[in-house]
Design a protein around this ligand. Structure first.
Ligand code: SAM
Length: 414
């Protein structure tokens, strides 16, 4: 149907996935930078390659790689935390200046006392006393206070964002908000300032490599937006036919039953008082319940029928996501020039133990909008941070693998 080629060269098992600014902040289901890099090198379209689009930018992996390759890029994501990360990771801050600002912050940390904390109102953070010790909230507030006084606030806020989550009582190995048990909380004594300092040092190393590698850096643009490709791609940002290449990894289902981007990001989104902090997962693809299919599919017809036969509610969840995904593909397809290339890295989740070949669906929908499928590369996913097992039947103890492979779907616009 849509040809798949297994190629374990794309597993990048030994690769350092935290090079350059890719080390700045973790994010659920991050794309391995080597995938974006190799796609840009090996599957670049014939002719010009002036603009790369990532319609589900996440932490900005594609944009950083585009920038390293000297190509302008545009990314969009509904998650404000993702936009903050993407912005900071693509900026070539002056290393010495950031170091000086950091020294200023460190100098104040030495003389910390709780009386120095100005902002003591944490009402913007839901249920804050359930999730934090007061002493840690005060330290976080003090860090925010110091960051407000330096020039490149965003650089330091990215480091702070990880700390905001790590000093909360959430179990750090999960993306969802699960509270530690009482025994673990009693023993939990994070060193908030040290965590922050370590992250800044790590990110400074990444910045140094990024600046060294990319000497011509200031000529390359990476523009970041929060528009929703399900509805439209604003023509004042990208005109039809502007884009030469799309490199992206979309979600593979709604956030509630797959990867909880909103829950993972809520700590920082609430801390920084960003928009939609508490309802983000409902806004992402599949967040609103649909009653009927808006697309016509041959490639996954049987799969959808099977799921519907097993559980109509789960079927509706699946099509809610696919409706949104289909509309997004329609809008993305318009922006690509004739001869341009799209590369979608997708997962094959299971629902009620039935595998949904999202790669077929992706290829089929793009073909409806004037593309020709070239190849789908199948890769093993050795270390992608996401739940590897789930209980699709909701039977206690019944678990099957949900994601052990990824599919890189590559098409060209006719
Ligand atoms: C798999 S992640 C992307 C990861 C990214 N490639 C990286 O390396 O970090 C998918 C992203 O899609 C975003 N997303 C979901 N629905 C969206 C929509 N309708 N419009 C824009 N972004 C959306 C989520 O917020 C999430 O950040």
């Amino acid at each position: 149907m849509y040809k798949r080629k297994v190629d374990n060269r794309w597993s990048f098992k030994e690769a350092n996935t935290k090079e350059f600014t890719h080390c700045y902040h973790t994010y659920p289901a991050m794309m391995i930078p080597q995938i974006a890099r190799t796609l840009i090198e090996e599957y670049r379209p014939e002719g010009k390659l002036d603009l790369i689009l990532d319609p589900y930018m996440g932490s900005g992996t594609t944009l950083v790689e585009a920038s390293l390759a000297g190509i302008n890029s545009v990314g969009t994501d509904l998650n404000p935390l993702a936009r903050l990360m993407g912005k900071v990771k693509t900026i070539h801050y002056n290393y010495d200046s950031i170091l000086r600002q950091f020294r200023e912050i460190q100098a104040e940390l030495i003389f910390y006392s709780e009386e120095k904390v100005i902002e003591r109102n944490f009402d913007r953070i839901s249920n804050y006393s359930y999730w934090y010790k007061e002493k840690d909230l005060l330290k976080l507030s003090f860090l925010s206070q110091l960051i407000k006084n330096v020039k490149n606030k965003d650089f330091f806020n990215v480091a702070l964002s990880e700390v905001v989550r790590e000093v909360s009582f959430t179990r750090n190995s999960e993306f969802k908000r699960y509270r530690m048990n009482e025994a673990s909380i009693a023993k939990f004594n994070p060193d908030t300032f040290l965590l922050f300092e370590r992250k800044v040092f790590r990110n400074l190393e990444g910045l140094k490599d990024y600046n060294t590698r990319n000497k011509d850096c200031n000529k390359v643009k990476a523009d970041i937006y929060g528009f929703n490709t399900m509805y439209e791609i604003p023509t004042n940002v990208i005109k039809d036919g502007d884009v030469d290449m799309v490199v992206t990894s979309p979600p593979y289902g709604d956030s509630r039953t797959t990867v909880a981007y909103g829950q993972f990001s809520r700590w920082a989104n609430e801390w920084f008082n960003f928009d939609n902090a508490t309802n983000l997962d409902n806004l992402l693809m599949g967040g609103k319940k649909a009653q009927k299919e808006l697309f016509k599919t041959d490639s996954i017809r049987n799969v959808l029928n099977e799921i519907d036969g097993l559980d109509h509610k789960r079927y509706l969840e699946v099509i809610s996501f696919l409706n949104d995904y289909y509309q997004s593909i329609e809008n993305v397809a318009k922006t690509v020039r004739s001869g341009g290339t799209v590369c979608y890295v997708v997962g094959d989740r299971r629902v009620k133990n039935v595998q949904i070949p999202l790669d077929y669906f992706t290829a089929e929908m793009f073909e409806k909008f004037g593309f020709k499928h070239k190849i789908t590369i199948v890769r093993e996913i050795p270390n992608k941070r996401m739940p590897a097992k789930t209980s699709p039947t909701n039977k206690v103890g019944a678990k099957v693998n949900t994601m052990s492979h990824e599919y890189i779907v590559i098409l060209n616009k006719l």
